[in-house]
Design a binder for this molecule. Structure first.
Ligand code: NAP
Length: 255
């Protein structure tokens, strides 16, 4: 479980512990990891190991890959991820590469490491946390939605190739979910209507239900299923016009 210290990852950790899973919790903040591990062990009686790793670095990703290869892991949740609050034109290559290293590169590396054992055991599952943001081009143009389009496409493609080995891979695409995600990026969400928000518990419950059903794509909640359905069936030229219009109306160039 990567990104276990907050938001969706923490909700996965609590729910999986409640279901009786032993866990390996991965994130950078060691204090929060220890606190969570002790809570999960004390409350649910499961074993929760911690692995402090910065997934933006090769060393951090390699430490988690090593753990995936040396321990039997039946479910990998690639959840750690971030957004920036800078439009591409005002961003730096270093910032964009940082985002890609966590949102894309680490997901690919850990998926690869986990599949070795899962395929040979003919058992296992991977949930890659993507986003509804990956379904269409959005203004003001940033690497975040592109990184999530990659995660969704990658997960669905790998799901096809490993299904015959008895292994499941699923892309989880939540909409706006209450967590630390937007405040960490410095994104002001105060004008986002309350009906658009999901809870982390709701996202996790639907994800696990969808995984159980064998789905390769999970979009939690009816409202976001409808939104994604509309986006997927709307001609691209209309979506582009809407995205440009939204940019002009809000004047926002950071998202
Ligand atoms: N919240 C939303 O509206 C939303 C919507 C769609 C998709 N998502 C996706 O859901 C996933 C989880 O987001 P969230 O909303 O739960 O965000 P969050 O509350 O900010 O939590 C992010 C988690 O990722 C970890 N993390 C961040 N950078 C890391 C790094 N370099 N190395 C290791 N761990 C790192 C953080 O832990 P440390 O700081 O301790 O390392 C934290 O546990 C992300 O992939 C995000 O793109 C979120």
């Amino acid at each position: 479980m990567t990104g276990a210290t907050a938001g969706i990852g923490k909700a996965f950790a609590v729910r999986l512990a409640d279901d009786g899973w032993d866990l390996v919790l991965v994130a950078r903040d060691e204090e929060r990891l220890k606190e969570l591990a002790s809570f999960l062990g004390g409350t649910y009686g499961v074993r929760a190991d911690i692995l402090k790793a910065d997934l933006s670095t090769v060393a951090g990703a390699e430490a988690v890959e090593e753990r995936l290869r040396s321990t039997r892991i039946d479910l990998l949740v690639n959840n750690a991820g971030l957004s920036l609050n800078t439009p591409f034109l005002k961003s730096t290559v270093d910032k964009e590469l940082y985002l890609l290293s966590v949102n894309v590169q680490a997901v690919m590396r850990l998926t690869h490491a986990a599949l070795d054992g899962m395929v040979s055991r003919r058992k296992g599952a991977i949930i890659n946390v993507s986003s509804v943001a990956g379904f269409a081009a959005t203004m003001p143009g940033s690497t975040y939605p592109a990184s999530k389009a990659w995660v969704t496409n990658f997960s669905e493609s790998i799901a096809l190739s490993v299904a015959r080995h008895g292994v499941k891979v699923m892309a989880l695409c939540p909409g706006f979910t209450r967590s630390e995600f937007h405040s960490r990026a410095g994104i002001d969400m105060s004008k986002t209507p309350s009906w658009m928000w999901l809870t982390t518990q709701q996202v996790v419950a639907e994800a696990l239900r969808d995984l159980q059903k064998g789905k390769t794509l999970s979009v939690p909640s009816l409202k976001y299923k409808i939104l994604v359905g509309v986006v997927r069936h709307t001609p691209t030229r209309i979506l582009r016009r809407l995205a440009r219009g939204a940019r002009v109306r809000t004047g926002r160039d950071t998202e």
